[in-house]
Design a protein around this ligand. Structure first.
Ligand SMILES: Nc1ncnc2c1ncn2[C@@H]1O[C@H](COP(=O)(O)OP(=O)(O)OP(=O)(O)O)[C@@H](O)[C@H]1O
Length: 296
């Protein structure tokens, strides 16, 4: 299958005069672990909720796994979703949750669910209302994974987990992806976590997609340039400055260039994913009309 797992075209969501998502155009290939990153209020939850059919857009189109989000039971069965607040039923036990999952999902994998609960050291007879925030998140993830979805959508899944649990969570997520070949879209503020697991990145700031593309390609086409202070406009054509900082004597620029930069007056360094995310976030707060970039 090579069709995009998610295709959005001019997707927008407005609440009255407030814009939550603006003209979002994306084409995400299948089989990726996609990191969706951006500051508070950027529109991440809005995009994810539209993708799973919980929210309707005000303009534009979206296709998920080739269909309209939540269009029918088959489409619903193919998408697993864990919402930011990881909702569970306080009065029901863990075992009740799994039974409910088995009743409502045609592809439910009971063995997978039981094994995850056991591996987490959780007691099936325990009521969800008595679980910690992190344990609830793990239960919600177990429910989503045991659906055996083709696409797993996770809204800040690790926010409430301690560092060890976060690492375990991401490890089990990667194992699930490797075993079942599912695609994953997860939002997070923690770029270091995304760096470990994601092979595709979307940076969303102030309702707009600033950059989207394969991590490997993004890292191969962005550089940090350091040299004597200069006007960014003097750089070679084809080099786009994403962010710049200057002292009296020196300029440090994060740039994008599809070809290697060969300029003896500049020190050229590779950047990390965190550098890249921060550069696009800074660009968004300092530039009145940031460039929209989409790289496959
Ligand atoms: N029901 C609503 N009514 C009005 N405005 C809303 C509603 N839901 C979201 N918004 C606004 O839409 C924008 C995007 O919100 P969204 O929850 O998608 O951001 P986010 O990137 O997920 O933020 P966070 O990282 O804080 O979870 C914000 O400005 C928010 O105030």
């Amino acid at each position: 299958m090579t069709d995009p797992v998610l295709r959005a075209d001019g997707l927008s969501k407005r609440y009255g005069r407030r814009t939550a998502l603006s003209d979002c155009t994306l084409s995400i290939p299948p089989g990726r672990v996609v990191g969706l990153v951006g500051p508070n209020g950027a529109g991440k939850t809005t995009l994810l909720q539209i993708a799973v059919g919980m929210l309707a857009q005000t303009a534009g189109t979206i296709e998920v796994l080739g269909g309209r989000p939540a269009a029918n039971p088959a489409q619903l069965a193919r998408v697993g979703f864990v919402a930011q607040e990881t909702p569970t039923y306080a009065g029901l036990t863990i075992a009740d949750h799994l039974r409910f999952g088995a009743h409502t999902n045609p592809r439910w994998d009971q063995r997978l669910a039981d094994e995850r609960i056991a591996a987490l050291g959780l007691e099936p007879a325990q009521k969800a209302g008595k679980l910690s925030g992190g344990q609830r998140a793990q239960l919600a993830l177990t429910m989503a994974v045991a659906k055996r979805p083709d696409l797993l959508v996770l809204d800040e899944p690790v926010a409430s987990l301690d560092p060890l649990a976060r690492r375990e969570f991401l490890r089990s997520l990667m194992a699930f992806v490797a075993d079942h070949g599912a695609s994953v879209i997860l939002s997070s503020h923690l770029v270091s976590d995304l760096e470990r697991v994601c092979d595709y990145l979307i940076v969303l700031v102030a309702s707009r997609v600033r950059i989207a593309g394969e991590v490997e390609h993004l890292l191969a086409t962005h550089y940090r340039l350091t040299g004597a202070r200069r006007d960014p406009a003097d750089l070679h054509p084809g080099v786009t400055v994403i962010e710049g900082s200057h002292t009296d004597r020196q300029s440090t620029l994060i740039v994008r260039s599809d070809t290697p930069i060969d300029d003896p007056s500049l020190a050229v360094e590779q950047i990390t994913l965190e550098d890249l995310v921060l550069a696009y976030m800074t660009q968004a707060t300092t530039s009145p009309r940031p460039a929209l970039e989409s790289i496959r």
